[in-house]
Structure formats: structure tokens, C-alpha cells
Design a protein around this ligand. Structure first.
Ligand SMILES: Nc1nc2c(ncn2[C@@H]2O[C@H](COP(=O)(O)OP(=O)(O)OP(=O)(O)O)[C@@H](O)[C@H]2O)c(=O)[nH]1
Ligand SMILES: [Mg+2]
Length: 204
């Protein structure tokens, strides 16, 4: 299977969506920086080839912000879906390993509203700031055992599909781990096909 496959990066502002996109692409095509305000304001598509797989990376703004007007969110959702074209779609939920916030507790409920009830079957959790874990001498597996219940439940709902990135590190094995997990989702899941019809997307 050579793709193309869409990886849609989702998550709250500052978690490292754009940085993770750049790590996947192997070049800095998405704007990423620390800021008190959201940095990414539009959906952006960039493409690459990884181990023979055509990968389309779609960066998105934080769509979990309760203060965002629903018309704005609907437009972004539609835009991200349109960028996927007719190719399969895997959602990559980006979370910081060392910081799980109150706002992220109901992230799956929000994602279901945005992308439909089966979203978790097409989802991978990508934890950023992996360096924080290695400095603490902790593996991802141990972290997931010890983390708070809400986060563990999110990971379980996503079939335990979790990968760890350190975006300050150019180590390509982290991207290879992600791509292997993407292939598992595609193999297990014919629903990964992308249709512009779900829930919030229908409003024009
Ligand atoms: N140490 C470390 N810093 C990271 C990592 N990933 C992202 N960062 C930093 O976190 C900050 C925010 O990263 P972004 O990629 O811009 O975050 P974002 O999720 O795209 O943010 P918005 O565009 O505002 O939604 C930047 O200063 C990054 O350098 C990581 O794995 N390790
Ligand atoms: Mg961004």
C-alpha cells in the first residue's frame, strides 16, 4: 500500500502540531514557535514520501477552543476535510507528554462531534516532548501505565495507538514508528476513507 494517506494533526494550541508536522516532513514547512497566542490560523497541506508511502500532512489550528465561534470551527473542519481529497484519513491527536490539561479531558467527545462517532478508530495519539520522558528515565509504556485515568482512557479508546516524538531531535525512527502505526490503522479500518458528510461538516 503506497498511499496517499492523509495525516490530520489535531490538538490544542502549543502542543506541537506544527513542529510534529515538520518532523514528519523532515523540513520546516509549517510555522512553529512558542507564543501566548495560537500560531497556526489556517489548515495547511504539505506532502512527502516516507519509505515508499505517499504521506499528506495537514496542519490545523486549535479547534478545541470553546471560545471559537462554531461557524469558524465548521469552516476549518470543512477545509481540513476538503484538503484530504478522496484519500484515506488518519487523525493524529497531538498531546504534550508532560502536560495533560483540563481542556483536553473531553477531547474525544469534541472530536466525535467534529468528525463522527468512529473517529477514535482512525486515530493515533502523538505525544510531543519525548525528551522530558527520557530525562525522567521513563518509557512511553510506563508513562501510560502511570498517567491519570482520563488520559489512559483516551489512549485505550484509541486502541493503545500512541507514539512518542521529540521534535528537537532529528531521529528518524520516531517518524518510522508513526508510519508503522498509520499502516496498522489503514489495515484494520476501511472507515479511514474520507467523506465530506459527517456531523458539523454539513452546515454550509
Ligand atoms: N522541547 C520540545 N519542544 C517542542 C516539541 N514540540 C514542540 N515544541 C515547542 O513548542 C512550541 C509550540 O509548538 P508548535 O508546533 O508551534 O505548536 P502548535 O500545536 O502547532 O501550536 P498552534 O499553532 O498555536 O496551535 C514551539 O516553541 C516548539 O518548538 C518537542 O517535542 N520538544
Ligand atoms: Mg501550529
Amino acid at each position: 500500500m503506497n498511499g496517499p494517506v492523509n495525516l490530520v494533526l489535531l490538538g490544542m494550541s502549543g502542543t506541537g502540531k506544527s513542529s510534529s508536522g515538520n518532523t514528519i516532513l523532515g523540513e520546516k514547512l509549517f510555522l512553529a514557535k512558542s507564543s501566548s497566542k495560537p500560531v497556526t490560523t489556517k489548515c495547511q497541506l504539505e506532502k512527502t514520501m516516507i519509505n515508499g508511502l505517499h504521506v499528506r500532512v495537514i496542519d490545523t489550528p486549535d479547534m478545541f477552543d470553546d471560545d471559537m465561534e462554531s461557524s469558524v470551527r465548521d469552516k476549518l473542519l470543512k477545509n481540513s476535510t476538503n484538503l484530504c481529497g478522496s484519500h484515506p484519513r488518519v487523525f493524529v491527536l497531538v498531546l504534550q507528554v508532560s502536560r495533560f490539561t483540563d481542556g483536553e479531558r473531553d477531547v474525544l467527545t469534541k472530536l466525535k462531534k467534529m468528525f463522527g462517532g468512529k473517529v477514535s478508530e482512525q486515530m493515533i495519539i502523538l505525544f510531543t516532548r519525548g525528551g522530558d520522558l527520557s530525562r525522567a528515565g521513563m518509557s512511553l509504556k510506563t508513562f501510560l501505565h502511570q498517567c491519570q485515568r482520563d488520559l489512559r482512557e483516551i489512549a485505550e479508546t484509541c486502541g493503545g495507538r500512541c507514539v512518542l516524538f521529540e521534535n528537537k531531535d532529528s531521529d528518524t525512527s520516531q517518524v518510522e514508528d508513526l508510519i508503522e502505526t498509520v499502516k496498522e490503522v489503514l489495515a484494520d479500518n476501511s472507515e479511514a476513507s474520507c467523506e465530506v458528510e459527517d456531523s458539523a461538516n454539513t452546515s454550509q
